[in-house]
Design a protein around this ligand. Structure first.
Ligand SMILES: CC(C)(COP(=O)(O)OP(=O)(O)OC[C@H]1O[C@@H](n2cnc3c(N)ncnc32)[C@H](O)[C@@H]1OP(=O)(O)O)[C@@H](O)C(=O)NCCC(=O)NCCS
Length: 211
């Protein structure tokens, strides 16, 4: 199988996020029964809800990389918080959360073998006033890649085929795709977040290949 990553950030300073756990219709539509129980049992139900939400979105981004036609239905991605993974059908995505008072970030990968979460690099940054989020997150990504040695890397999103939505962002350099660098971008409200990994750094096991 191919190893991929995905990420998602949620801005907890956005008033929209406050009290969402009390929106019974929303909770029933988006969350499985087990997830609803987990939210209700949490000392901070809103934070618990957005933790699950971020994990579903991050796992969806991973799943879309190997299944480009996949439609997103939040309810089909079930989060097992105590096992730090998201399941969708037969697929299982290990996840890892990082949190601050103002945000939750979730990272997801397509395989637990090799220990791929440990090989991912993530950074969350705050938008400067007036900055456009897509530009800011690309700026952050190119800075991180430059720090790691890819000085002139650019972020490209391939246009979707036949009217489909554009695909996941890719890393390019000098007119060629650096397929060994897997990247995921997310932005929400005040925050932008980048996750990436270099598949060449993995002790590549039998079941991992690069597209
Ligand atoms: C991927 C998706 C869930 C992210 O949405 P979001 O949480 O609102 O936004 P985020 O900020 O976390 O992520 C946005 C970034 O994800 C990346 N992204 C977009 N589509 C992606 C995909 N299919 N796979 C991986 N990454 C993707 C992009 O870089 C995008 O940033 P950009 O627009 O600045 O380039 C959303 O764009 C999407 O495709 N939803 C599915 C739509 C769908 O299936 N609808 C069903 C009804 S028809």
């Amino acid at each position: 199988m191919t190893l991929h990553l995905g990420n998602d950030i949620v801005d907890l300073t956005d008033p929209f996020t406050v009290g969402k756990a009390g929106d019974a219709r929303f909770v029933r539509r988006v969350f499985a029964t087990s997830e609803q129980g987990w939210i209700a049992a949490s000392p901070d139900p809103d934070r618990a809800l957005w933790r699950l939400w971020a994990a579903k979105e991050a796992a969806y981004k991973v799943a879309r990389k190997s299944s480009p036609g996949l439609i997103f239905a939040h309810a089909q991605f079930e989060v097992l918080p105590d096992e730090s993974r998201v399941v969708c059908g037969k697929a299982s995505f290990p996840v890892q959360w990082d949190e601050q008072p103002g945000w939750i970030h979730c990272l997801a990968v397509s395989s637990s073998s090799p220990p791929s979460l440990a090989l991912c690099r993530c950074r969350v940054d705050e938008l400067a006033p007036g900055q456009e989020p897509s530009e800011a997150v690309r700026g952050l990504a190119t800075r991180l890649l430059a720090e790691a040695g890819w000085a002139a890397a650019t972020i490209v999103r391939p246009s979707g085929q036949g009217g489909a939505r554009p695909g996941a962002p890719e890393v390019w350099q000098a007119g060629g795709r650096l397929a060994h660098l897997d990247l995921s971008l997310s932005h929400d409200g005040r925050w932008v977040a980048v996750a990436w990994m270099d598949l060449n750094n993995l002790a590549i096991s039998q079941d991992v290949r690069i597209d």
